[in-house]
Design a binder for this molecule. Structure first.
Ligand code: FE
Ligand code: CA
Length: 521
């Protein structure tokens, strides 16, 4: 399938997300003999009056869908039985957007839970539950956030999602590697399809495969998600407009545009995230994921994008694309202040946001480990050039901005490294006496394996700004915010290769508001 013209995509997405009330004569409802709601439902991107409701039509026999638009009915109710209806309407599932549905349901009450479902002919989707955020000035007393990342299909099942669902979070913060582009590995727990993911059809097929998982579906149906991405939603180690490494050689910008479109199609995102093409990059379309949400006066949640705008990794060995671990002393570009992880526009936006009124907690959701992780014991350093370590001046700019504006109540959540790392955020990681400006919880993976779990204790000892690290457990984190206190529980699976795995608490941490200090609870 050819990439459709960018402007047309924007128009279609905007039209598809509009809440409609079509006369019945205008409906396009094919008679389907197979359930079209095989990928479940999801909600996300909430604010205090609205939320995005998502599904994608994919009957077992996809060819039974018409080539044109399909009219899907949707309902929101106060009760699970849909007796107390709140809103209803129709949305068009367009073939150009893989028959995905994005309803931007507005006019809802602040800080409230709702039920929703979709209907097509006699078929009814699973029921989803979602909520709006509290009004920005509401004196909110609690927020439960589940954070997670990295759900590589072939490495395990999603027992983590089942256990997080049991904890009834208000929101899921998903921090990247929603899907992986790999063909599959020998000895896989479950097999993708043996194909590298490079085209729009490939990305759609891979996203759909992930969404067939019942535990993932159930987590999406249980509460709204806020999502950002990392590299594998496109390609391992890609950086901005530069390709990463692995797999067939394909035009990087066309591949990125295909991956971004498929990501939009499969996530509960607002049509407004599809912004204009970047100047001069016809296929280098932007998908604007970064932004801020307020959870009453309790917290502001800022979602960052560390992939789309980042500069090329410095000094990757052999002059190849992709990442390396290296000694920064041997890399002149390492400390170049012109190099950025977020890109100039997002950096400026973030600094301005941080400078705004800072009542309550400041929560930054971003894709990777923030603090320095030197993996060479003793003399000298060995740092990974793809993470924040590879962009030390950009990291310092952000840490200083947090130090100036964060009121010592800033919390970073991250993913990517498939290990739990908990520590203090510093403007200068080279100086032990550098003041802590915030705290960091980089979470383990839902299923993706860690490369070096047994090396984690020596690496923890080498980097004393961290207070805890574990590489063995897959799982997720649960963050409970009150105005005075943040409590974070790291939850670890017994065995991510088993669908029925149990879970336990690896460690619990406490952070007092205004203290920029994390302690084992
Ligand atoms: Fe990952
Ligand atoms: Ca060292």
């Amino acid at each position: 399938m050819r990439l459709i013209d960018r402007r047309r995509l924007l128009q279609l997405a905007a039209a598809g997300a509009t809440t409609l009330w079509l006369p019945r004569a205008g409906w396009s409802q094919p008679r389907l003999t197979r359930d079209p709601f095989t990928l479940g439902v999801a909600s996300g991107s909430p604010d205090d009056t609205s939320v995005v409701l998502w599904t994608r039509l994919l009957p077992g026999d996809a060819s039974s869908l018409p080539r044109g638009p399909v009219t899907v009915r949707w309902e929101i109710a106060d009760d699970e039985g849909f007796r107390q209806g709140v809103q209803a309407g129709q949305a068009q599932a367009l073939p150009e957007l893989a028959h995905s549905v994005h309803v931007e349901a507005g006019g809802l009450g602040p800080g409230r839970w709702y039920f929703y479902r979709f209907m097509l002919g006699d078929w009814v989707s699973p029921v989803g539950r979602t909520r709006t955020l509290p009004a920005p000035d509401a004196p909110v007393q609690r927020l439960r956030l589940g954070y997670a990342s990295c759900q590589r299909w072939e490495h395990g099942y999603y027992a983590a999602w089942r256990h997080l669902r049991d904890e009834q979070p208000d929101l899921v913060l998903f921090l990247g590697d929603y899907m992986y582009e790999y063909p599959g590995t020998p000895g896989a727990v479950r097999w993708p399809d043996g194909l590298w993911v490079t085209t729009l059809d490939d990305y759609r097929r891979r996203h759909a495969m992930y969404k067939t998982d019942p535990d993932l579906q159930a987590m999406h149906a249980a509460c709204p998600w806020l999502t950002t991405w990392d590299d594998h939603e496109v390609q391992n180690d890609y950086a901005g407009v530069h390709p990463g490494s692995g797999g067939p050689d394909v035009a990087p910008l066309a591949r990125r545009a295909a991956a971004y479109q498929a990501y939009y199609e499969h996530m509960p995102l607002r049509a407004s995230v599809l912004t204009r093409a970047l100047a001069g990059l016809a296929a280098g379309a932007e998908l604007r994921l970064y932004g801020e949400r307020r959870f009453g006066r309790l917290a502001r949640l800022m979602l960052l994008d560390t992939r789309q705008y980042k500069d090329l990794q410095a000094c990757t060995s052999g002059g190849r694309f992709g990442s390396s671990s290296l000694d920064p002393a041997a890399c002149p570009a390492w400390d170049d202040p012109g190099r950025s992880m977020l890109g100039a526009a997002q950096e400026q936006w973030l600094d301005a946001q941080l400078a705004g009124a800072a009542a309550g907690w400041t929560v930054l959701g971003q894709s990777t480990l923030f603090g320095r992780r030197d993996v060479r014991p003793g003399e000298g350093q060995l740092l990974w050039n793809d993470g924040w370590d590879g962009y030390p001046m950009a990291r310092q700019r952000l840490a200083r901005s947090i130090g100036r504006h964060g009121a010592a109540s800033t919390v970073l959540f991250g993913g990517d490294v498939h290990e739990n790392w908990v520590g203090h955020v510093k403007a200068d990681y080279a100086r032990a006496e550098s003041a802590s400006v915030g705290v960091e919880f980089c979470g383990t993976s839902i299923s993706s394996r860690s490369g070096a779990a047994e090396r984690v204790p020596e690496r923890l000892a080498e980097n004393p700004h961290f207070v805890f690290a574990d590489g063995h457990a897959r799982g997720y984190g649960v963050a409970d915010f009150t105005p005075q206190l943040l409590t974070v529980r790291l939850r670890g699976l017994d065995d991510a290769t088993r669908r029925d795995s149990g879970v336990r608490t690896l460690a619990t941490f406490a952070v007092q508001a205004g203290q920029a200090r994390v302690e084992r609870a």
